[in-house]
Design a protein around this ligand. Structure first.
Ligand SMILES: [Zn+2]
Length: 277
């Protein structure tokens, strides 16, 4: 597709402000709305009913435009723009076209490196090039990023340090403990995902990450499907918060507030669009 933005989009910036809906909100700091396909409306109704502030990550410009269009009618959806490592090769030659999207987005994700699911080493130079381009722009525009690290945790740590970006949100971390410690020291936040209560590794991650650095995510409908065969709707975040609260020995309501506070502090979220900037 033609990824160059229209003039109108060029003039749009997302101004971050907390939505005024009262009460504590659940946080889904990493999902993919376009992956719900025919069930999108079910997911959006759940987001509204359960008051789940949702960071809709993208795989590429096309999925970003999709989430951005959804966000116009659904206040709790915040679109994030990124090029996923699996889409790196396809976007290598159009990176600069994405700059207006990087500038306007509230968060830059999903970006990162993946040396685990992507076994084809020929893709790795493209992954690096795209990831480092995005990090360079995050630094330039002062953006917070949302990062995929699967099988490339050490390399991601080295890249985020060398670009000296704002501490990012790390999505569904499953790498070695020593790198986790260094990412925590860098100030990263960590989205706990749908394998909590199921995988011992998720329990260990929850135990190890400090309260002030914990967020929750569902990663779209396919992730829980991968974990236990069930479609992962946004209200899965409620189970994740319960699991975190149990491990951290904190009341569930208090845990929900801590996670909400962590997200606000990181992104100053919700948002509304302004066209006169
Ligand atoms: Zn994802």
């Amino acid at each position: 597709m033609d990824v160059r933005p229209s003039t109108v989009i060029l003039q749009c910036f997302f101004i971050l402000e907390q939505p005024d809906i009262g009460g504590t909100m659940y946080i889904d700091a990493h999902t993919h709305l376009e992956q719900f396909e025919d069930n999108l409306h079910v997911a959006l109704e759940i987001i509204k009913k359960e008051e789940i502030l949702t960071l809709a990550c993208s795989m590429d410009a096309e999925s970003y435009e999709f989430s951005k269009a959804v966000s116009k009618d659904w206040d709790l959806v915040i679109p994030a723009f990124g090029i996923h490592p699996w889409k790196a090769s396809a976007n290598l030659n159009v990176l600069e076209d994405h700059d207006p999207l990087i500038r306007e987005a509230a968060c830059i994700g999903e970006i990162g490196l993946d040396f685990y699911w992507d076994k084809n080493k020929e893709n790795y130079p493209a992954q690096y090039k795209v990831f480092e381009y995005m990090l360079d722009r995050c630094k330039k525009y002062g953006k917070v990023s949302n990062i995929h690290t699967k099988g490339a945790e050490k390399e991601v740590l080295s890249s985020i340090k060398s670009f000296d970006i704002k501490p990012p949100i790390i999505h569904w971390y499953s790498g070695p403990r020593d790198i986790l410690t260094k990412l925590i020291d860098f100030g990263c936040l960590f989205t706990i995902s749908v394998d909590s209560g199921i995988s011992p590794a998720a329990g260990e991650l929850i135990e190890y990450v400090p309260l002030k650095q914990i967020l929750t995510e569902t990663d779209g409908p396919g992730s829980l499907l991968w974990v236990n065969g069930k479609c992962g709707y946004p209200n899965e975040v409620k189970n994740i918060v319960k699991e975190i609260a149990e491990i951290k020995k904190i009341d569930v309501a208090e845990m929900t507030e801590i996670i909400e506070g962590n997200f606000y502090e990181k992104l100053n979220v919700g948002f509304k669009e302004r066209e006169d900037v």
